[in-house]
Ligand binder design. Structure first.
Ligand SMILES: Nc1ncnc2c1ncn2[C@@H]1O[C@H](COP(=O)(O)OS(=O)(=O)O)[C@@H](OP(=O)(O)O)[C@H]1O
Length: 300
């Protein structure tokens, strides 16, 4: 019986077999495309506790994301590959870049580059995402000495029963509109079948991370590669944290788990109503109900 396996990297020396395969840079197998502020960094950090995965970056904050398929596509595929970590053939290579989700050009470009790319999205209550994004942009402004954003209630105002985006907090990306997930997911579904995509609940990722992580590791063909030895709850931090190779760490307190602005009950329910039809449409598109609204205001 002959097997058609390429064993060029296997050497046999005095009866021992060992592999000399060198890790190589290549296109990633999967992209975490968003939604930013729903736990995308937590997801890749959980995956990164296992050697089964290699992530192009585990920095937090969008400044460190590659933004290849949206902003640097003209640099070419070789440039992109050069930014990837060297990986062995058995590892799953992942790039995380949250702005990919919103850009209408990105799904076609990803498809053109790698038709079998796996697409991962972490989605959370769009109202939570909005206040989280507000706090995120504001803290960057404060850090670089710019004027802080006006209060949230000045940015999104309720006028004659309608929501108005009065100030655009970050012109390069949608703000209020970004919570209409069904609009963006539809753009991806034009190029990728549902089976090639996975949708993780940002809320469940916080309260029962291993359940959500198991779904992702199954999806990536690495079932059981992250275990309860890689995840522990830190009471002081109020979040699940990470453990690998005898070290333990949590997400940076200054960038993850920020305080949120308080919303008036009227603004909160208007925002919930604003997104409700899109949440419903999302459920129809992907066959998953996230149980939103799940965000009811300020956390301590
Ligand atoms: N384990 C753990 N520790 C801390 N924070 C956690 C964790 N899991 C999920 N989260 C949630 O992640 C939110 C930040 O989301 P992202 O990483 O997607 O933001 S970013 O777009 O990459 O900046 C962050 O949002 P904020 O609470 O607004 O800071 C958290 O709700």
């Amino acid at each position: 019986e002959s097997e058609d396996k390429d064993i060029s990297h296997v050497h046999i020396t005095s009866g021992r077999i060992y592999s000399t395969e060198l890790p190589q840079r290549r296109l990633p197998d999967a992209l975490v495309v968003g939604a930013g502020k729903c736990g995308t960094d937590a997801l890749i950090t959980y995956l990164n506790t296992s050697k089964s995965f290699a992530i192009n970056t585990i920095y937090s904050g969008d400044m460190h994301e590659l933004n290849f398929f949206n902003n640097h596509f003209d640099q070419g595929i070789q440039w992109y590959i050069d930014q990837m970590p060297p990986v062995s053939s058995s590892q799953v290579s992942i790039e995380k870049c949250a702005p990919y989700m919103w850009n209408p050009q990105v799904p076609a470009r990803v498809h053109q580059t790698k038709q079998d790319m796996k697409i991962i999205m972490v989605l959370c209550d769009p109202v939570k995402r909005l206040v989280s994004l507000y706090s995120h942009i504001n803290s960057y402004k404060l850090a670089d000495g710019s004027d802080p954003l006006p209060p949230f209630s000045d940015i999104i105002q309720l006028k004659d029963g309608k929501l108005i985006e009065n100030v655009h907090p970050r012109p390069s990306q949608p703000f209020l509109e970004s919570g209409k997930y069904s609009v963006f997911v539809s753009q991806w579904l034009e190029f990728f079948p549902l089976e090639q995509m996975i949708f993780i609940s940002g809320e469940d990722l916080i309260t029962q991370p291993l359940v959500e992580i198991n779904k992702v590791t199954d999806f990536l063909g690495k079932s059981g590669s992250v275990t309860d030895r890689n995840v522990y709850y830190d009471k002081g931090r109020g979040y699940y944290c990470f453990e690998s190779d005898n070290s333990k760490w949590c997400m940076d307190k200054s960038t993850k788990g920020r305080a949120h602005p308080e919303l008036s009950p009227q603004l909160l329910s208007s925002l919930q109503n604003h997104f409700q039809p899109y949440n419903k449409k999302l459920e129809e598109l992907i066959g998953k109900n996230f149980g939103w609204p799940k965000y009811f205001g300020k956390k301590s």
